[in-house]
Design a protein around this ligand. Structure first.
Ligand code: PLP
Length: 281
């Protein structure tokens, strides 16, 4: 596989990043994951907009312009022959002597690679996933897409140990989001998902799905909900760049919608995939 590191396309075995990189030592970095379908990029502009915001919030320099980043995404997809999968992009603050305080003018490290993955034909989307609830023990700026993913990783391991697929995190009695996705329920035809704030990542897929739902005359309510409310909902689902829309059929072993994917989640997945394909670059 060919990866990209600071201006060079190299075989993965030859790629090098300093052990003093602050991404490695402090998780001082941000990332984006953009899906690839038929060799083209989905929601690229949205991902770049969020990347700029994450960088600005951490006072980090942008490593390249959007046009240059688009070119690198395309070149990696081309060189690795990716038809379906994803491009991972990570910007870390760069290498400096280990110190909590960083000096001015550190050159950022830009790393990008591709991963092949089947995203449209998905057994999980067909059958629906099972989630458990866990306390949300992440830091308070979840709106910044940092590479600090230890707690979400622990959450997925807890889900796996419990025989489930993923975990929904709960704070002060309300669901924040999934470990790597946004969380939704449907009641009486109305789509309910937590409002934006520092408590959740502002999903690019979330924005697209809510816009498409409103355009299809579906009702959308952006407010917090509890696990109990979710367990009594007609449907539940998640969204993310690499899962699109995926139905949730059980929460803490309580089945939702008779344990089968619901019609609204199914319809939203179809509409989303159709539009994402149409707008791919
Ligand atoms: N929430 C969290 C915590 C995530 O890690 C992700 C994606 O990685 C999302 C939500 C979904 O965001 P997007 O739709 O932009 O992939």
């Amino acid at each position: 596989r060919i990866v990209y590191v600071n201006g060079a396309y190299v075989p993965e075995e030859e790629a090098k990043v300093s052990v003093f990189d602050r991404g490695f030592l402090f998780a001082d970095g941000v990332y984006e994951v953009t899906s690839v379908l038929e060799g083209r990029l989905l929601d690229f502009e949205g991902h770049m907009r969020r990347l700029r915001r994450s960088l600005a919030e951490l006072d980090m320099a942008a490593p390249a312009s959007d046009e240059e980043l688009l070119e690198i995404h395309r070149e990696l997809v081309r060189r690795n022959g990716v038809e379906e999968g994803l491009v991972y992009l990570q910007v870390t603050r760069g290498a400096a002597d280990r110190d909590f305080v960083y000096p001015a003018g550190v050159a950022p490290t830009l790393v990008m690679f591709t991963q092949e993955k089947q995203i449209v034909e998905s057994p999980a989307a067909e059958r629906g996933i099972r989630v458990i609830s866990i306390p949300d023990e992440r830091w308070g700026r979840r709106d910044i897409k940092t590479v600090q993913l230890l707690y979400p990783s622990m959450g997925k391991m807890m889900a796996k140990a419990a025989g489930a697929d993923d975990a929904w995190m709960v704070e002060e009695g309300f669901v924040t989001e999934g470990t790597s996705n946004n969380a939704y329920i449907v009641k009486g035809g109305r789509i309910i998902t937590r409002h934006l704030g520092n408590e959740i990542l502002h999903g690019i897929t979330r924005a697209a799905v809510l816009r498409l739902a409103r355009e299809a005359q579906m009702e959308v309510e952006e407010r917090p909900f509890t696990i109990e409310e979710a367990q009594g909902a007609d449907e539940a689902f998640i969204t993310s760049a690499t899962t699109f829309v995926q139905p949730v059929v059980a929460i803490d072993d309580v089945e939702i919608g008779g344990g089968r994917p619901g019609p609204i989640a199914r319809r939203l997945r179809e509409i989303y995939v159709e539009e994402a394909r149409r707008n791919a670059v």
